[in-house]
Design a protein around this ligand. Sequence first.
Ligand SMILES: [Zn+2]
Length: 63
Amino acid sequence: MDNPTEINSVYWDEETKSWKYKMIKVDEYHGFIQCQYCHQPISHNVKTNDEFIVYVKCRCSRI
Ligand SMILES: [Zn+2]
């Protein structure tokens, strides 16, 4: 798999009580952590301006 240059990260928004998405531009990619259930990525280790771990939704967390 090629290293992604952008990741559609997900985060919990307290104000709206819902999941929100945000595109993160990846400067350096250092791999991912996979879900122990569906073996899809649940977080990516990256180096960007201000973030180092970005979370994504795996197959078993669809809402
Ligand atoms: Zn999963």
